[in-house]
Design a binder for this molecule. Structure first.
Ligand code: 8HG
Length: 291
């Protein structure tokens, strides 16, 4: 448990003595696309059909625009607050190469996001850059998601499967998703026809990794990202360009295939693979480390 207790006052939840919680390291590490940093250093997040603003004040986390019920039913799980990241970091630091990456990304946490949102978001992510991914997801949310307001500004929830069911391929294209328009259109169609996300989530990690790849636009890496960021499948090890660089720098020969890098990482880090990957991804990407 990475906090002591919590209380409610004036439309906000105060989480006392929060540990391992550094806002930029949580939101700017590549797992989440729907955040905005404000001029005063707080982060506004749109998730789970809500808008919240996060502020760190000394040892406490303030969740603005929220209440106890949401904290207990949504945010504890979303922020993975029941996990003790000190012991997680201790286990991972047994690997000498991870020590620097973990020190750099200290306070990073793995978010538990919505699976449908992650399926759509990570289809958009393939061969794409993070600012462009964020933009496309915002476009889709603005066009097809429900509108709400916070402090006088408008925000849009991520659309539901139902919201996106009548969207045409051309309409997706107009949201700056590029060649992925057909993948989105056909994935939505498949989800409506017979595929149940809950059922996919209930599969073993390996089965789930395979099953997700039946959707158009989902390959091994995208499948791993979806599993890791929304299905609590922590043996996932997404190998993108950055993780490939990190692995080649520290662990494997330069000509190793993506599949072999994935197998190597999973073998080494076991059920903490996804966490190790996230520290590596963030460290290598932020420091633009080259092989
Ligand atoms: O958190 C991420 N981990 C990995 N391994 N890859 C990611 C994450 N987030 C993210 O957007 N990507 C992919 O990296 C998508 C895209 O191909 C590239 C952006 O740098």
């Amino acid at each position: 448990m990475d906090f002591k207790n919590y209380s409610y006052v004036d439309n906000k939840v105060v989480v006392k003595k929060i540990k391992n919680f550094v806002l930029p390291h949580i939101f700017e590490n590549g797992q989440c696309f729907r955040w905005q940093k404000t001029d005063i250093g707080t982060y506004i997040i749109v998730a789970k059909n809500r808008v919240i603003e996060l502020e760190l004040q000394g040892e406490d986390l303030i969740i603005h625009n929220s209440n106890i019920e949401d904290f207990e039913n949504i945010w504890i799980e979303y922020f993975d607050l029941e996990r003790d990241y000190n012991s997680l970091k201790m286990s991972l630091k047994k690997d000498e190469y991870l020590v620097k990456a973990i020190e750099f990304g200290d306070g990073l946490r793995m978010l538990n996001q919505d699976p449908f949102e992650m399926i759509i978001s990570f289809i958009i992510s393939s061969n794409n850059r993070i600012p462009m991914i964020k933009k496309a997801i915002n476009n889709i949310s603005e066009k097809f998601g429900e509108c709400t307001s916070y402090k006088g500004d408008k925000y849009y929830f991520f659309p539901t499967l139902e919201n996106l069911s009548s969207v045409t391929q051309e309409e997706f294209k107009a949201c700056s998703v590029g060649f992925r328009d057909k993948y989105l259109f056909n994935t939505i169609k498949m989800l409506n026809e017979c595929n149940d996300i809950e059922q996919i989530m209930s599969l073993s990690d390996d089965e789930c990794h395979k099953e997700l790849q039946k959707f158009p636009g989902i390959g091994s890496k995208v499948s791993d990202c979806i599993m890791l960021f929304s299905m609590k499948k922590y043996s996932a090890f997404p190998v993108d360009v950055w993780v490939k660089r990190a692995m080649m720098k520290f662990y494997v020969a330069p000509d190793t295939s993506l599949k072999k890098i994935r197998d190597f990482g999973r073998n080494l880090f076991k059920d903490l693979s996804g966490f190790a990957q996230q520290y590596l991804f963030y460290y290598v990407r932020e420091n633009n480390i080259k092989i």
